[in-house]
Design a protein around this ligand. Structure first.
Ligand code: 5AD
Ligand code: SF4
Length: 473
């Protein structure tokens, strides 16, 4: 095993000691319980960021802060940013801009900004010069350093802007989960693929896997704590274990988790089509605890575009994987990611993408307009596509996928599905949303007490975005 794969336990322990010291100082000042200072975390971006924010929450609680629901009630605001598209960065900047007024009312307020956006030097520099009320920024590899950053901000009034050049795994940090029944479980971090449009490899470092025993132990603990759904996370879970010896691959770790006793189910994301293995497909098809869902981002239906995206597969290979998945698991729910308006994408390339959408028949597609990311090869490519062309392609794609989704979702009508009652519906307090195999949440009438439990729901109607059902028992 690589010696420098993990952050030294000594460093982690030193940070946790800092965190406990902050808590002790607060306690001495009588600031505990209801009087404890508030922390507020604003998260942008993917599930990996949501998982990281649960660690930030764990650290904040170890420092003696208590969760509050509004930034104006907080003494510590942490923003976990995303850099995947320009829109995500703009939203983060605009929200952080609003915190200026909160800080004006409370000069003691500590504001820390972390995540993918500020792991880029130019963005961290911008915070240093143009956002004087931001106390510190920290890169994606430095979440464990937050206690010492908070302490420095508190005691020395020192501003810090951390960007290291290495990304290691930090084991043993406290986690405060936002849902009792649905848990994220990171199995690996980083990405080695360097798709030509993507910023992720530059802001999350190379692939590094956690030890299989640590992951399985975490899963065991989550189930014992009442988790009903565990989602394994990684930018490319198919590469799990390749950077270590003797850890097995993704299929083996999923099968080990399925052996844990208890009524729970398992999901995973994301798979790269170039190495979605037969072993993984067989595990999804055969293990009862694994939800029959496969998210396989295709990005484009044109081989020419895929080559320039550096995706390292052809549409023929991709469709071969889809065929294998459908054969192993005919009722599978398939989802994908698509980028339109990639540099040089012609009308013909786009037509190939819509053809592929029809051929596969996805349950749902996440489609995005290509957003140039500074420092990536695609940002320097000639033939950047006009925004209006890309927007019109996106609209066509969404309309087509809506048609396909209605057909796919309709296959559930009349069937009774076992769903995890997740939350009260945002539009009707007498309705719950349940999640399971359909790509979209299912709405059904039910009491709040069901939340966090499995419920049998008969599907009665299905549109492209919304599926409805009635509770059976
Ligand atoms: N522009 C638009 N979409 C992007 N994605 C990644 N990078 C970009 C970009 N520069 C999309 C891909 C990926 C998903 C998480 O985000 O489709 O699968
Ligand atoms: Fe980005 Fe490609 Fe890695 Fe996914 S596989 S995170 S799209 S570089």
């Amino acid at each position: 095993m690589k010696k420098d794969h993990f952050i030294s336990p000594r460093i982690i322990e030193a940070e946790l000691a800092e965190a406990r010291e902050i808590a002790e100082q607060l306690e001495k000042r009588g600031l505990t319980g209801d009087r404890a200072p508030g922390y507020y975390i604003q998260t942008f971006g993917c599930q990996q960021n949501e998982a990281d924010s649960e660690t930030l929450a764990g650290l904040a609680e170890t420092m003696g802060y208590r969760r509050v629901l509004s930034p104006s009630d907080a003494k510590l605001i942490l923003v976990n940013t995303c850099a995947i598209r320009e829109h995500a960065e703009k939203r983060a900047l605009s929200i952080i801009g609003e915190y200026k007024h909160v800080r004006e009312n409370d000069p003691e307020l500590i504001i820390g900004v972390g995540g993918c956006m500020v792991t880029q030097r130019s963005r961290a520099d911008k915070f240093k010069t143009s956002y004087p009320y931001v106390s510190f920024t920290f890169d994606t590899g430095s979440i464990h350093s937050v206690p010492s950053l908070v302490k420095a901000a508190m005691e020395k009034k020192k501003r810090s802007f951390v960007i290291g050049d290495e990304y290691k795994i930090s084991e043993g940090l406290p986690v405060s989960r936002s849902s009792g029944h649905s848990a994220w479980l990171s199995i690996m971090y980083g990405c080695n693929n360097f798709c030509s449009y993507c910023i992720v490899p530059y802001v999350r470092g190379r692939e590094r896997s956690r030890l299989a025993d640590d992951v399985v132990e975490d899963a065991r603990r989550l189930v014992a704590d009442g988790a009903k759904e565990i989602t394994l996370l990684g930018q490319n879970v198919n590469s799990y274990g390749l950077d270590l010896e003797d850890q097995g691959g993704i299929a083996s770790i999923m099968r080990r988790i399925c052996e844990i006793e208890g009524d729970f189910r398992l999901k995973f994301m994301t798979s790269h089509p170039k190495d979605a293995s037969d072993a993984l497909i067989e595990a999804v098809a055969s293990e009862d605890k694994i939800v029959k869902q496969f998210h396989l981002p295709v990005q484009s239906g044109s081989d020419d575009v895929l080559r320039r995206m550096n995706r390292k597969y052809t549409t023929e290979h991709y469709l071969g994987r889809i065929e294998k998945i459908k054969k192993a698991c005919p009722d599978i729910t398939l989802t994908t990611d698509i980028i339109v308006g990639f540099p040089g994408e012609t009308d013909e390339d786009f037509r190939m993408t819509t053809d592929l959408l029809r051929e596969v028949g996805y349950d749902m597609a996440f489609s995005f307009i290509y957003s140039p990311r500074e420092g990536t090869p695609a940002a320097k490519m000639e033939e950047q596509i006009d925004k209006s062309v890309a927007t019109s392609r996106l609209q066509k794609l969404i309309a087509l996928q809506d048609e396909i989704s209605v057909k796919r979702n309709s296959r559930f009508i009349g069937r009774t599905l076992r769903l995890l009652a997740d939350e009260v519906s945002r539009t009707d307090e007498n309705m719950l949303t349940g999640r399971g195999q359909p790509a979209r949440p299912v709405h059904f009438a039910g009491d709040k007490s069901l939340i966090g439990r499995f419920a049998d729901v008969e599907i009665t109607s299905a549109g492209s975005y919304s599926i409805e059902g009635i509770l059976k028992k």
